[in-house]
Design a protein around this ligand. Sequence first.
Ligand code: CP
Ligand code: NVA
Length: 313
Amino acid sequence: MQHFISVSDTPDDDLAVIFDVSFRLREQRNAGQANEPILAGKTLAMIFEKPSLRTNVSFQQAMYELGGNSIVMVSEQVGLGKRESAGDVARVLSGMVHGIMARVFEHEKLVEMAKHASVPVINALSDFSHPCQALADAMTLMDEFGRDLKGRTLAFVGDGNNMAHSLAVMCGKLGMNFILASPPGYEIKPDIADQIMAFVPELNLEMTHDAVDAVRYADAIYADTWISMGQEQEAVIRREVFADYQLNEALVNQSPDHAIVLHCLPAYRNVEITDAVIDGPRSRVFPQAHNRLHAQKGLVAVLMGGARARGRD
Ligand code: CP
Ligand code: NVA
């Protein structure tokens, strides 16, 4: 694995190692021990074209706890694709740092950077996908149900967006079922659904417009904002269109007793998810957010630390 642009182009073996390392480093940290300095002398450069709390802090803290360094660049000054091409940014950074992480509007910029970088490029969210979040989500599911998630069902209630794409692929990789309940017109687009199925042909991917149907056999119910970054001008219409897709107690009560609730955050409380649900007994939303640190640690350790991450050095 050279880059982490999508869950789909991460070989299964590498994915398993990322989880192994993430859990191992979390265990060390939880036991009050310092992590091994796997990334001593290594620097990650970070570019954010959109706001961030979790991704920004988790990567910086991950680099710090692994003995490395991070540089958060001012996106307007970098001007990815404006001041200079994304490829040239990648070529230049490759001679100075050991990894590049970028949150971008257009997924294509990440693909271009990966093409020209000689150091790993990490997708920190694009209009198309959010694979780093999917790693933490998988860890959270494993915390609940064990490492083997085969046959489990994730019901995603909301927009067939970047988060839904990455989760669908992750479910396929883990042998899980993925059901999306969205309003008509907000499904995963047919060409993208085809791509997902080409990547993970074994995935059981369902789409429905009925949120109750989706959660009825779910092991986990997932919500994301109805208004992704960059869609703020559609906020009024989206709030109307998605009104029947709120994760509230009435909906969650239609799921099996053991089903848990996840949300990638940031949440518009009492819009896509109610206070009672996000703060309720089924919610794993904050442990899920904390798993971003551990998942991102596993990722940078494997991508930038090589054999040291695998404990072979
Ligand atoms: N979930 C997530 O990516 O959060 P941030 O946008 O705050 O990084
Ligand atoms: N779908 C959301 C995810 C935020 C982490 C967005 O793109 O804004």
